[in-house]
Design a protein around this ligand. Sequence first.
Ligand SMILES: [Mg+2]
Length: 415
Amino acid sequence: MKITRVSTAVLEANFDWTLVRIETDSPHTGFGEAFVGPGLTAVIREFNEILLGEDPTHIDRLLRRLRASVVYASPGLVWHAIGGIETALLDLLGKAHKMPVWQLLGGLYREEIPIYADCHGDDALNSISPLLLPRRPAWMGSQAEDIPARISIKHHGWDASREETHSPESYAAHAADMAARGFRILKFDVDVPTPYETDEYNRALSPMEIDFAVDLAKAVRLAVGPEVGLAIDCHWNYGAAAAVDLARALEPLRLLWLEDVMPPENIPALGHVQRATSTPLATGENHFFRLDFQRLITEAGLRVLAPDVQKLGLWEGRKLADLADLHYVNLTWHNISGPLGTMAGAHLCAATPNLLALEWHAASVPFFDELIARGPRPLVHNGKVRVTQEPGLGLEIDLDVAYKYKKPGEPFFQE
Ligand SMILES: [Mg+2]
């Protein structure tokens, strides 16, 4: 079997959902999904120069060549591209050998994958470009609300309208609704606009801001009770002192994890905060290298890692899961992809022992399940995704439906 073409299609959903298709000189075609990034599809298509004519079954060696081609191990956008290609190769290999991808990754630990619902900071439907700018695709119609992009260090923008959406009552109602839909783990943002914010850039939190955040989280805990796992995300907004204060104030809520309370690069600072609190910190969606994850475990003492499943890919993800398992560290996989990428993540989660949960970020995207031509539908059911015995990823996207949501200016595969 030889690769004959690698092509892409981008759907404009809450984020860009970038599909990668790998065709071969056999009847088999593989599909993957890549993490968003400006200029991403040009990078994926340029990799045709390396991939054309190659045997797609030697996946680890091909990945090493792709990474080495861009100055060895440069992370970021190129890894996003490689992750999507890698998933398509695994889908292809599974189809060619009539095996599900979870089988290729070592076999089943579980068939039903616990999914955590990312409930954000409010209910509003929202779509963001690869540069984190708000946008309004045609399908959003009148449901769209003007939401400021999440590019400021903190979130200015308190006004009277926020009193309703950023209140303990609204968080509690949203949490109760998602728990009633079957989710056993929920994640909420508390780095939201508050009436008390003083400075956008200093990474500090005043006692009033901390009380505001804790009140939101406490309302969720009271709404869903102790059986539902609760995670909180802060999107890298705070410094070490604020992080210690917030993490300690959240201790009575016994969070599953407190995510990205600080920027991800300063591993000693993360260790300082983790040693000062019993709240488990988590980070990982901005990291690519196993060596960095190892430092997060051994130097910062993190007990939960939150790597992104599309950024790393399934094969690299399997290796990372093994590394974490050596240290009895659990993984909660970050995932902002569409149905194909979410199913890919489920295969990795099915085949690794040390799983907490896989994220689902698309509960508000109305056409998520409409995109599925073959495979479990609805994909996320009762807070779980079920992997099947079908070969490859066991999920095919309906390309006619996908075309309706194609991103303007992007090719739809080789059109
Ligand atoms: Mg996050």
